[in-house]
Write a protein that binds this ligand. Sequence first.
Ligand SMILES: [Fe+2]
Ligand SMILES: [Fe+2]
Length: 356
Amino acid sequence: MTFQSLDGLVQGLHHITLVTSNQEVNRRFYTEVLGLRRVKLSVNQDDVFHRHLFYADEDATTGSAITFFEWPELPPGTAGLGSPHHLSYRVPSVDALPSWASWLRAAGVSVVGPLLRDGRVSLYLRDPDNVSIELTAANDQKLTESDVEELGRNLPGVTAVTSGMRLTTFDHASPVSSDPKLTARFFEKFVGLKDNFSLPAPDQGDATILAIGNAERPDFIRYLASERAREGYVGRGSVHHIAMAVEDDRDQLKIKRHLDDVGIGNSGIIDRFWFHSLYFRDPDGNLLEVATKGPGYTADESRETLGSRLVLPKWVEPRRTEIEAFLRKTDAGNPVSWPPVYPLTPKRPEALTQSN
Ligand SMILES: [Fe+2]
Ligand SMILES: [Fe+2]
């Protein structure tokens, strides 16, 4: 058969899925502190006695959904090969960053920055489970290092997440690679994405950033690459997988055929009800997903009531009573502590080996 090009099929990120230890602490953090909306409360379809929580913007836009499996029994994870390092949200402008620093500090969250990055300015924080989150904006005003330091010294008083601060969509996800050339070849051949540029990693001299993306979003995956990178472990506070968006089933199937043709293991197409999914791993073991844009989160709930009650895909619905009883038992053994004691954010937030 002819080998069709996959260029242009993947449109950007679809969602990023992580692991939390406590759904209520998680809900309060992502809604009350980060200002997102819960758009789906469901269960992990591969492990139906554990919750799956989805947060996004008001319209549940593709590319803004952060989702969590609740697994209180897992030990803390470690970033490294197979366990992505951090995720990054875009904010509307650099001016939103001092507002976020002020708001987060008032909530007891440890933040580092704003810091000058390549062509952008970023603020870093840790969520209650130690997930590393970057908030970033393009450096349109061409601020210098001292301008950015000045921004960090003059924080405004902020009493709410205003529209000028909103997390608009993901900017990038950062998994870890031990071999950027191999990673780049893998994405080019099997996902139709290019390695568009590479840069020295900002917080670690011997590592580079490998930017993977398409024409519109050249770096929505920013691998932190180092031949000395160590194995990671997916646990509490880890990124479990990174999902990329394709338009429809046909485009998804083209990617599956490319994987099948050379024998790369994949999950086959799975109906997740709100979208269709295909899972596979990159050469370093990072779990990736290609998901269709539709049917979308409003397939079983109205836009107004998204995320307000436990919804189950129809093939799981017959087990609702059993599942709800199990979840009540989980909650009884997993008390909510709010506000949480937030983990410290490392001073070099994009270093592969993190210490304070
Ligand atoms: Fe980053
Ligand atoms: Fe997913």
